[in-house]
Design a protein around this ligand. Structure first.
Ligand code: GLN
Length: 493
């Protein structure tokens, strides 16, 4: 029994532990063994929680006493290294925070633990979540379990690789411009970015505060809905968290899509879209049509501005958020023992120059420039104005359809090293994902098939604000009909 626990999805694992078919300790130990064997090759975890088995044992004691431990009792979860975890190193994959051990946990982590989840460790990512390939991590890149020569996507690449390689039953990522959906798409997983404000950002390392959202990465739609129920909801510690009720999405799941209107934006199927990806999305559309949904063409005319607006707004916010890492209040301090800094400027320059990687510095410089007087109106203000219009495009679109179906990224996973020296090629990869963050909409990626080279391809679903249920239902219809959840990553066979 214990041996195949890692092959099950999160719902099944939670059920097996709650039904005492397997102890939390045995389940967590199996996942830990898996991490010990596979992590040296895949590099999905930056830090493993050495206390996970002990914590699982405590869950077993409580279960034996008949306590209600929670819906995730003993379930092994991986947490992206952007989330503060009390007593467990949190690095944001940066040298700047390489030895930072938080004194408190993020609300998301607290809520998971309150439901009995076991944190297996902290997953690899792009530095400060800036990237699409996991290659900007200070701790080395992470590999795609479907093919070790390829990137797992980013920035939540480690979370995707951990779940895909069965080193966790589910994971948490953050999505500022696609960082949950794109790696889920590259690793054949379900990845959900909820409506802005659904999930508290308290205790998450800030990248771009008006765009950042946390969400689940799992093997099935139901698993994702369950995790999202646990982590969502108003939090007094984050004033931007929404007061809206949290529906029981998992209980209301239905793959009945009859009469639903699914919009396909014509701008998302133009040049630059890989043929394998376009075929996969069209196949999902055909399937939904067969099941009784109505497919309609819609237009999102400002699509071409999504990437430029995103890279301006996110860089501006990042330059402000990352100013706290100065080597005094927070973060890495250079070694001044041999040569003292001549002045305060030099002190900051050395701390920040050595502590941050290239991509992070590039964003800080870009953001600081766009915010500087004389350029502010032309860049930041203009980007905010166009962002408002882009949001209107979606408001108009959702008058015509319930859910939008599109590609999640223009290509399947690319090779490690292929794009890292070409930032623009890397940024363009975010063309289909950034709009949801700019407009505050919920979005998700769900497995749709494989390319000719056997690499996973997902499809993206978007819904109007707080309409996650519609998106989950359409995703479930795709999942039930394609039957991809049991596929084992080729790199591990
Ligand atoms: N790839 C995007 C970027 O580099 C998105 C990152 C994210 O969502 N955290 O900024």
């Amino acid at each position: 029994m214990a041996e195949n626990i890692v092959e099950r999805d999160l719902t099944a694992i939670a059920g097996a532990i709650a039904g005492r078919e397997i102890s939390a300790e045995a389940a967590v130990s199996e996942f830990k063994k898996r991490i010990e064997t596979l992590n040296p090759q895949i590099n999905a975890y930056i830090t493993v929680n050495d206390h996970c088995v002990e914590q699982a044992r405590e869950i077993d004691v409580r279960l034996k006493k008949g306590e209600n431990v929670g819906c995730l009792a003993g379930v092994p979860i991986a947490i992206k290294d952007m989330f503060c975890t009390k007593g467990l190193r949190t690095t944001a994959a940066s040298k700047m925070l390489h030895n930072f051990v938080p004194t408190y946990s993020a609300t998301v982590v607290k809520r998971l633990e309150e439901q009995g989840a076991i944190v297996m460790g902290k997953t690899n990512q792009d530095e400060f979540a800036m990237g699409s390939s996991n290659e900007t991590s200070y701790f080395g890149n992470c590999k795609n379990p479907w093919n070790f020569e390829y990137v797992p996507g980013g920035s939540s690449g480690g979370s995707a690789a951990a779940v895909s390689a069965r080193m966790a039953a589910g994971a948490i990522g953050t999505d500022t411009g696609g960082s949950i959906r794109q790696p889920a798409n590259f690793c054949s997983l379900v990845g959900v970015k909820p409506t802005y404000g659904r999930v508290s950002r308290y205790g998450i390392v800030s990248f771009a505060s008006s765009l950042d959202q946390a969400g689940p990465m799992t093997r099935t739609v139901r698993d994702a809905a369950i995790i999202l129920e646990v982590i969502s909801g108003r939090d007094e510690l984050d004033s931007t968290s929404a007061p809206n009720d949290v529906p029981k999405w998992s209980e209301r799941l239905s793959s009945d899509v009859r009469g639903m209107k699914i919009g396909m934006p014509k701008e998302y199927f133009q040049n630059g879209l890989d043929e394998n990806v376009s075929k996969t999305v069209k196949r999902a559309a055909d399937l939904l049509r067969e099941k009784g949904a109505e497919l309609i063409e819609i237009s999102l005319p400002l699509t071409k501005f999504a990437v430029p607006i995103y890279y301006l707004v996110s860089a501006c916010e990042a330059s402000s958020n990352l100013s706290r890492y100065d080597g005094v209040r927070y973060g890495y301090r250079a070694d001044f023992s041999k040569q003292a800094a001549a002045d305060l400027d030099e002190f900051y320059c050395r701390n920040r120059g050595e502590g941050f990687g290239r991509e992070v510095k590039r964003r800080i410089v870009l953001g600081a420039y766009a915010l500087s007087s004389g350029y502010y109106d032309a860049y930041y203000k203009k980007a905010c104005q166009v962002r408002r219009l882009l949001r209107q495009d979606f408001t108009d679109a959702f008058k015509k359809c319930d859910v939008i179906l599109s590609p999640a990224s223009p290509t399947p996973a690319f090779k490690i090293g292929e794009r890292i020296d070409n930032p623009l090629a890397m940024y363009l990869n975010d063309i289909y994902t950034t709009s949801a963050n700019l407009a505050g909409l919920p979005g998700m990626s769900v497995p749709g098939g494989f390319s000719k080279d056997n690499l996973p391809i997902g499809v993206q679903l978007l819904a109007a604000q707080f309409e996650e249920q519609k998106m989950f239902n359409v995703a479930l219809a795709i999942e039930e009909n394609l039957n991809l959840t049991k596929e084992v990553p080729r790199g591990l066979q």
